[in-house]
Design a binder for this molecule. Sequence first.
Ligand code: BTN
Length: 242
Amino acid sequence: MKGLIVPICESTNQLAKEHGVQGAPHGFWISADRQTEGRGRWGRQWASLEGNLFLSILLRPQRTEHWTWVPMAATLAVLETLHGRWPSLQLSIKWPNDLWLDGKKLAGVLCESFSDQQREPFLVLGLGLNLLHAPESLDQKTAALGVGDSQILSLLREEIAKSIVQATDRLEESGAAWVEELFWRHTHFGKGSLVTWGSDPSGSSQGKVLSLGKHGELWVESEGKRVALYAEEIRGLRSAGD
Ligand code: BTN
C-alpha cells in the first residue's frame, strides 16, 4: 500500500481529500509529523503535537450500504492492532468511534466523504492517535501510549493503515455482523449501561444502552421510549454491572 509522509500540513484529511479528487487509489494514505489545522468531529480542533500519529486513509468501498460502519470498523482495527503489540493495554471503544485507554480518550476517528473528478464518491478516514502526548481537553480525560520511538511509530503507521484497509474490505465482502460482534466485545458501555448525551456537559438526556441498529446507530431506552443516536457524544453514568 502506498503512502506519503509529510513533515507538516494543515490537515492530513484535507491532503488526502486533494489526492482523492485527483484519483488516488483505495488504500492510499497520508501521515504528517504535525498538523496546523487538525480537524476533529463536530468541527472541533484536533490538537496535533509532534510525536503523536496523524494518519488519513483514502477508501473507495463500492457498497455504500456499509459506509456508516467504516469508522467503527476502523476504530476496532486500530484497537486490535494495538492489542496485538501490547496485549496488556486496557483498551475499549466508546461508541461510535473513540478509542479509550483506561477509560480515557487515546484516539479519535473522523471519516469524511467526498467525490472525485469522475464524481465517484470516496471516504477519507482520519485517525489521531496519542502516542507520546495526551493533549489537554476541557471536556474529557485523555491518555497517551507513551511511545516515542520513531521506528515503532513507522511500523505502527503501516500496520494500522493496512488493518483499516483490511477491515473496510471485509465489510464489503461479508457485511457488518462481525463489526457489531467485535463492538460488543470491546465497548466501554455495554448493554444496560446508563449514558447521557446532549449539548451541555452534564448531558441533557439519559438512557440505557440497548443495541446497535443496521447502520451502526446506538439504540437506547429513554423515558420508556426507544431512541436512536446517530453521532451524538455520549457520556457514561454507569456501566452495565456497576
Ligand atoms: C475526533 O474528534 O475524535 C476525531 C479526531 C480525528 C483527528 C485526525 S488526525 C488525522 C486526521 N486529520 C485531521 O485533520 N483529522 C484527523
